[in-house]
Design a protein around this ligand. Structure first.
Ligand code: ADP
Ligand code: ZN
Length: 784
């Protein structure tokens, strides 16, 4: 572990991670004139062989192994806090410096590298947006042009003969009443820079250089929302968290350190769908801001719909200045992301709302972190470093001494388990905020209903009737298609039985290439049965349906209805979410058809029916969390119904109506589900009771990958302690992706602290042929 000196003044050397080198670390001398400017987390320019490159200061030292080291050339970034953009550009040279990354973020980076078994270099890549990494922290400058005096008509007439270009520039400025950006002006006037400079010289126009930051909300108007009176549950939750904020921050709002600082246990806010969690977030945010702290809010990427953002912004903008809020998500342009990041780094913005990687936002004086929908799988990054933003949030809150609130209607089993272990504190909102009743959930048994006359595997008779009724009353309908499942699970359409592993209680996956059923965790194989082992019917196969098929079925059954399909294909364009949701809100769409994208966070009062086409597909995913995912999904989707004053109804079509995931969701019984789920997890040694690491090998040649995976598995068995279970090397359920064959070796058990170091050593010493890529996934969320 690294030493973080409290005073960074007098060190002679710095250890630097060189950019774009896959993690090369070298020592450099700190020249006298940079003595107190080279700090941990600062970016520096350094000589490397013949070139100059950039790097990040990892640590400072008095002595180094080789004293003949080169010297740092320059420190890159300036501190600039709480000043307007204009002031910054003119006076930043006089300000003390703030490194690109704070010491606390650096600590977090070291923890991540260590915990997830990733290189520091890979960690830094996800810590800082690419646009920031590639440039220094200067702002974008633009030139504005304004009219100094109004030209007479006579003059203009004369000018049009002498220089039509200059005339067009003046005309354009006159029309726009004053000031324009030079680029835009020249484009509109079809003119060029020399004409502009000529006008400047003659004293007609003034050119000014200005720093700007691109504002992703520049053209939006928000309606103020009314501030509701908290109900008793909300009141209690807000009080508890406010008390904690006060305990942590009142009195010493100065820089805080981990040592000697009170540690705050995370809160888990469990509130049923519609219970008003957002209102709780808003209140505690205001409290944290009032205490001089900044606030970080994580929402799942999928929930970063304009609707969610608007709810936060419209409220905050009533009490806070608009520019205090920054957003960070994948729909921003690279330029917008760059500017938002900088506003946070400078302290101009003190609230950030963002998706996964916003957990690294460079906020100063961080006091409160909120992770909404903490159970969401999109918080897990599925490429190196494979971190889970919720877990990183726990660590960041610890390093920063911040208060952490995890919110969900369906907390992850791991999180609720932490409550039972005394590691988190539970706050509950058990009723809908607006006194609406929870929607009535009906389970439709497709083994019977799917076969009735007039029905098919997509729309049962009951669901058809319900849709027709809503259409008649001009109410709206959401049809949800569960895509999380996996078409290659075998399922009997007559009795609902799915084939599962005798050792792992996981669904078996059908592999077409080898024509066999396989357990991806332990390697168990069997021939697919020709008749269902349970009811002896033939036709033992199940394949999923797509949104397009649902759309076609709806169009056929209800030709008059205005239906719209929303999925990754139709939502390619930036802004198309907002458009679609706006149209749905204005009731220009009757039936919205979609996948996971419509499950979260939306609030449409006129929706009185939610139909779930295939409630159980996700149950058959070859994943020990399949039951949990199904329960969460059904609960979330059901939560979209009955948000207004009319009561909502939910219909779940399923081949396995008796499954606990479906039954507990139907009764809105999270705790019941939790109790039975932990028994299963405990019996099979799954998380949270034991830990898991998944090792994946990829390569173009199937036999080679299979062979290397088996050899690695053998080696791991020899090097790892006996108590760790090492699964067979098996083809991944998604056997081939992007042209690569994929094999898995799963480890589970109680891991000693040293396990990742041991693993990394084993992997690096193992001589893989070129073309084989090996990755390690700690706390894996996906087993595909
Ligand atoms: P959740 O995020 O827990 O699903 P929301 O925050 O979306 O719930 O709240 C559901 C609805 O209840 C929203 O329309 C919200 O404006 C409203 N609401 C929240 N708190 C109150 C309250 N105290 N009184 C009345 N309505 C409320
Ligand atoms: Zn198995």
């Amino acid at each position: 572990m690294i030493n973080f000196p409290s005073s960074q003044q007098n060190y002679g050397y710095a250890r630097i991670l060189i950019d774009r080198t896959e993690g090369t670390v070298l020592d450099y001398a700190i020249p006298e004139f940079l003595k107190n400017r080279v700090q941990i987390g600062a970016r520096v320019r350094i000589p490397l062989r013949e070139a100059e490159v950039m790097g990040i200061v990892l640590s400072l030292h008095d002595v180094v192994a080789f004293t003949k080291v080169k010297a740092i050339i320059e420190v890159m970034d300036y501190r600039a806090s709480r000043l307007t953009a204009h002031q910054v550009s003119s006076s930043c040279k006089d300000l003390p410096e703030r490194p690109l990354l704070s010491e606390k973020i650096m600590q977090l980076a070291h923890w991540m590298a260590d915990y997830y078994g990733a290189s520091l270099d890979a960690v830094f890549k996800s810590l800082v947006p690419q646009s920031i990494r590639n440039r220094s922290l200067n702002e974008k400058k633009i030139t504005t042009v304004s009219l100094v005096k109004k030209p007479s008509l006579l003059f203009l007439k004369e000018l049009s003969r002498r220089s039509p270009r200059q005339k067009r520039i003046l005309d354009t400025l006159l029309e726009s009443e004053g000031t324009l950006r030079s680029r835009q002006l020249l484009k509109q006037a079809d003119a060029n820079m020399p004409s502009l400079h000529a006008l400047e010289k003659a004293g007609w126009v003034l050119l000014k250089q200005e720093s700007v930051s691109r504002d992703p909300f520049a053209n939006e108007e928000l309606l103020p929302s009314s501030i509701p009176k908290l109900n008793a549950d909300q009141q209690r939750a807000v009080e508890k968290i406010d008390q904690e904020l006060t305990r942590m921050f009142s009195g010493n709002s100065d820089e805080t350190t981990l040592l000697g600082q009170p540690v705050s246990l995370p809160f888990l806010l469990h509130g049923v769908t519609g219970s008003g969690k957002t209102e709780v977030y808003l209140r505690i945010m205001e409290k944290a801001l009032a205490l001089g702290k900044s606030v970080l809010i994580l929402v799942p990427e999928i929930a970063l719909t304009p609707q969610t953002l608007e709810r936060f912004r419209s409220r905050l903008e009533q009490t806070q200045e608009k520019r205090l809020i920054a957003v960070l998500h994948s729909h921003l342009s690279e330029g917008e992301r760059h500017d938002e990041w900088l506003r946070l780094h400078r302290g101009e913005a003190r609230i950030v709302i963002g998706a996964r990687s916003a957990i690294f936002a460079p906020l100063d004086k961080l006091g409160l972190i909120i992770v909404d929908e903490e159970h969401e799988t999109s918080y897990k990054q599925e490429e190196t470093p494979r971190y889970h933003a919720r877990d990183v949030a726990v660590m960041r809150a610890r390093y920063e001494s911040a208060v952490l609130v995890l919110g969900s209607a369906t907390p992850a089993i791991e999180s609720m388990h932490n409550v039972h272990q005394g590691k988190y504190r539970l706050l509950e909102l058990s009723e809908r905020a607006d006194h609406q009743r929870m929607p009535l959930i009906r389970v439709i048994d497709m083994r019977l209903q799917g076969k009735q006359k007039g029905a098919d595997a997509i729309l049962s008779l009951l669901l058809r009737k319900a849709i027709a009724q809503r259409l008649e009353r001009s109410e709206q309908i959401i049809l949800f298609l569960n895509r999380r499942g996996f078409a290659s699970a075998l399922l009997c359409p007559h009795c609902g039985t799915a084939s599962s592993c005798p050792h792992c209680s996981l669904s078996l996956t059908f592999h077409r290439s080898s024509e066999c059923l396989m357990c991806h965790l332990c390697g168990h194989r069997e021939k697919p049965p020709s008749v269902c082992p349970s009811c002896r019917e033939v036709g033992f196969l199940y394949s999923g349906v797509g949104t397009q098929r649902v759309e076609a079925a709806v169009a056929q059954a209800f030709p008059e209805a205005r239906s719209f399909r929303i999925d990754a294909d139709t939502m390619q364009r930036k802004g198309s979410y907002k458009e679609t949701f706006d149209r749905f809100r204005k009731q220009q769409i009757d039936i919205l058809i979609g996948t996971q994208m419509i499950a979260k966070g939306l609030d449409f009062p006129n929706v009185t029916l939610v139909g779930i086409i295939n409630g159980d597909t996700s149950l058959h995913a070859p994943d020990f969390r399949a039951g949990e995912r199904t329960f969460q999904l059904l609960t979330q989707v059901a939560g979209r119904a009955g948000r207004g004053d009319r009561e909502g109804e939910v219909m779940i079509q399923t081949y396995t109506p008796e499954s606990p995931s479906i039954q507990f969701a139907r009764h809105h019984d999270y705790h019941g589900f939790f109790e039975q789920e932990v028994v299963f997890r405990k019996n099979f040694g799954y998380p949270p009771f034991e830990k898991m690491i998944l090792i994946q090998l990829r390569g173009r040649l199937q036999e080679q990958v299979a062979f290397e995976a088996a050899a690695l598995r053998h080696q791991l068995r020899l090097t790892l302690p006996d108590a760790i279970k090492v699964g067979e090397a098996v083809a991944a359920p998604l056997e081939r992706a992007h042209g690569y064959y994929r094999f898995h070796v799963a480890l589970h058990g109680f891991f000693p602290k040293s396990i990742k170091a041991t693993l990394r050593k084993t992997l690096s010493q193992f001589l893989f042929p070129s073309g084989i890529i090996v990755t390690m996934d700690v706390d894996p969320q996906s087993f595909m």
